[in-house]
Design a protein around this ligand. Structure first.
Ligand SMILES: Cc1ncc(COP(=O)(O)O)c(C=O)c1O
Length: 472
């Protein structure tokens, strides 16, 4: 499916009279007077100097001046089906006319249809689902579920992982953000070193390392547990941590570590779920690894906020016996459920995993070509439309090229391409690309050509020798 390109005339008809041409000094005034401040160094810092968006369609977002940008971060990853997918818009419109909100203590048709559609897609033994609103909600509910089902308490994550921003639990296990930033962290939460092979945290090499990061990590975790451990939580690909793809066999070893301790394995599929990695779920790239619980959110609602916790009948029954429940006032709103069901159908019927896999091949090919020219490109990784390019000032020492990435970001933004910069902890030397799965070849090629020009501008045309080949 290709979305039509937005034209200025359409924009004017929609809301141009209100906002078109909003002057930068007015934006500044509103931000300074009324908007809650952002930390300048954070990924949201400097909002007032960025485009003010007014319209979106497909892979394109348009600002109040009518300037178009390729949105290669898919909004906040919630538009991975493309902005304003016509089938999502139609499903929302249909449902708005019948029932917008409903009690979560009564069933309704869109909710039932969503449970059934999702249940049929889940790899067995996962089959039961409950709905919430945000990704963070689903993580809190998943951990609570693991605690109730096992009778345990402690939760282990990865030091480059991110699982949400609610003030207590999910921030506490978002180790890739500084826990110091928060007023208080939740007890019984700890991290072990992530399997970041490009910069091995224990200075070894895969596969001879035999997952020493996990071995030693779990030994430390065992020493620190305050009670029976409940769960290990991880993203199949550590997205905010710099798009880290754990090496083959790692999650199999994690599964064993969980089984040995009576812990449940939770995969946070917020970023990796529903087609984005080239398979329906990110964990399906891990042969023979069956999680006990997964969470989904982001483009699950096609742009609206709905999330889910999915688990096995056995885990669900064990937790409910102990009084477990999780909900929110808007968790099962018909309009959200209808958007959710339509997004699942789109993922399957429009072969989003297949599209994501094709986009991965095209983008990686372009970066491999650029890596022959520019030493700045240290590593190319990721799956499907969740891709990361790590920048270094030299390939032997792997010195993080934070400044160059900052300049690339500014160049690309001003030339009509949006993405986010990420990295482990304080690093911001990874360009994370998350184009919508509906992006056309022409859009991908245009983005890659902006990136190429950015690289030339940042290196001022000086192309260093490339002493080492880049794997991808
Ligand atoms: C892997 C992962 N889990 C959970 C969340 C939290 O989702 P939300 O912001 O919808 O609460 C995020 C947010 O980016 C995420 O990347």
């Amino acid at each position: 499916m290709r979305h039509a390109k937005p034209r200025k005339t359409i924009i004017a008809a929609i809301g141009g009279s209100l906002w078109e041409g909003m002057k930068q000094n007015r934006v500044q005034r509103i931000v300074e007077r009324w908007v809650f401040p952002t930390e300048p160094g954070s990924y949201m810092g400097g909002l007032e100097n960025r485009p003010v968006l007014e319209h979106s369609r497909g892979s394109i977002v348009t600002d109040t001046q009518g300037k178009e940008y390729l949105d290669f971060q898919s909004g906040q990853m919630g538009a991975a089906l493309g902005h304003q997918h016509p089938r999502i818009v139609a499903a929302i419109e249909r449902t708005l006319k019948t029932m917008m909100h409903a009690s979560n203590a009564l069933l309704h048709v869109p909710r039932l249809k969503l449970h059934e559609t999702l249940g049929k897609l889940l790899p067995r033994p996962l089959e039961k689902s409950l709905f919430l609103v945000s990704g963070s909600d689903s993580i809190e509910a998943a951990i609570d579920l693991a605690r109730k089902a096992t009778g345990g308490l402690d939760v282990v994550g990865l030091h480059a992982g991110l699982h949400g921003s609610t003030s207590y639990l999910t921030r506490s296990i978002s180790f890739n953000w500084t826990r110091r930033k928060h007023a208080i962290v939740a007890p019984a939460t700890a991290s072990i070193l992530a399997p970041y092979c490009y910069r091995c945290p224990v200075g070894l090499k895969y596969p001879s390392c035999k997952f020493q990061c996990l071995e030693s990590g779990m030994e430390i975790a065992d020493a620190n547990f305050t009670a029976q451990p409940a769960a290990f939580i991880a993203e199949p690909i550590l997205s905010a941590g710099g798009v880290i793809v754990p090496p083959k066999g790692y999650y199999e070893a994690v599964r064993k570590a969980c089984d040995d301790r009576g812990m449940l394995l939770i995969f946070d599929e917020s970023q990796t779920g529903l087609g984005k990695t080239g398979k329906l779920f990110g964990f399906e790239h891990e042969d023979g690894v069956a999680p006990d619980i997964i969470t989904i959110s982001k483009h699950f609602g096609g742009g609206l906020p709905i999330s889910a916790v999915c688990t096995t009948n056995k885990v669900a029954q064990a937790a409910v016996k102990e009084g477990y429940f999780a909900t929110r006032s808007h968790a099962t709103d018909p309009v959200l459920c209808a958007a959710g069901e339509e997004s699942l159908k789109i993922v399957v019927e429009e072969d989003m995993p297949g599209r994501a896999a094709r986009i991965e091949r095209r983008i990686k090919r372009a970066w491999r070509k650029m890596a022959k020219e520019f030493e700045l490109i240290g590593d190319i990784r990721g799956r499907g439309v969740l891709l990361g390019i790590e920048f270094v000032t030299d390939r032997i020492k792997k010195t993080p090229a934070n400044k160059a990435v900052g300049k690339m970001f500014e160049y690309c933004l001003s030339h009509g391409l949006i993405f986010q910069t990420r990295g482990v902890r304080d690093l911001k030397n990874v360009i994370r690309l998350v184009p919508p799965m509906t992006a056309s070849n022409a859009e991908i090629d245009r983005a890659m050509s902006i990136m190429y020009d950015a690289l030339r501008a940042v290196t001022k045309g000086r192309r260093k020798k490339t002493p080492r080949r880049v794997k991808a």
